[in-house]
Design a protein around this ligand. Structure first.
Ligand SMILES: [Mn+2]
Length: 240
């Protein structure tokens, strides 16, 4: 048996092939898993659980059918879909997790997170993140009419695209010290995250011992998952 991890699907109406790939994954590979963990950025954007977007209903139904079949599904927010709330969690059967979570998988302690908080070389992003994670700001935003929320979200995505185009590749990757610090804080030798769209398994030293950082790939032209079983941790790309 195995536990599966995915992240960075960035589902959106304009990318039907990725949606189709995800639906196939939910009906196929995921069905025989012990559990499925989605480590953020499942959706390209999220302006509230009350958004009537038909794609959201379709995805909620598909995940619900997986959890109803007996495979639990867990979700950690990404920087795109950090506003996914209790209503969508209930609709989809997903359980919302805190931004850092340690799992005990077949005797292996594994820290999971989205990964954006590891990018500490980008203070501009972290300041933005602190702002949009402020509870009263979120409450205020979610109280606005949908068409205004849609407009604000579009503006924020445009601004972020413009800002990122001038940032170097190093700034947008994780900071090596931040990685060691978080692994030592949680006393783990394994970390799985997404966000950077640079799938790889890195070896490092943390807690004075060998440690591993597994980075999930984004779903652009193919899927990406991490499969943890009793004897292995594999990073697996697969076609839609
Ligand atoms: Mn992300």
């Amino acid at each position: 048996m195995a536990t599966l991890f995915i992240a960075d699907l960035h589902l959106q109406t304009q990318e039907p092939a990725i949606t189709a790939g995800f639906l196939r994954f939910l009906h196929g590979e995921a069905r025989s898993a012990d559990a499925l963990y989605i480590l953020g950025d499942l959706f390209e954007a999220w302006i509230g659980d009350d958004d009537p977007n038909p794609l959201h209903r379709e995805i909620a139904r598909a995940i619900k059918s997986l959890t109803d079949s007996g495979v639990p599904c867990f979700f950690i927010h990404g920087n795109r879909d950090f506003l996914i709330g209790k209503r969508f969690a209930l609709e989809s059967g997903m359980q919302l997790l805190p931004e850092e979570k340690v799992l005990n998988l077949y005797g292996r302690r594994v820290l999971i997170m989205h990964g954006d908080t590891l990018c500490t070389d980008d203070p501009g992003y972290l300041a933005f993140r602190a702002k949009v994670h402020t509870p009263w700001i979120q409450k205020l935003f979610l109280a606005l009419p949908l068409f205004i929320r849609r407009r604000i979200a579009q503006r924020m995505r445009d601004d972020s695209k413009a800002a990122n185009s001038s940032k170097s590749m190093e700034i947008m990757d994780v900071n090596a010290r931040a990685v060691v610090e978080i692994m030592e804080k949680h006393q783990v030798q394994w970390l799985i995250h997404g966000h950077t769209h640079r799938p790889d398994i890195h070896t490092l030293t943390a807690n004075g011992e060998i440690a591993h950082r597994v980075v999930l790939g984004a779903w652009h032209t193919q899927g990406s998952m991490v499969k943890v079983s009793a004897d292995d941790v594999e990073l697996i790309p697969f076609p839609f």
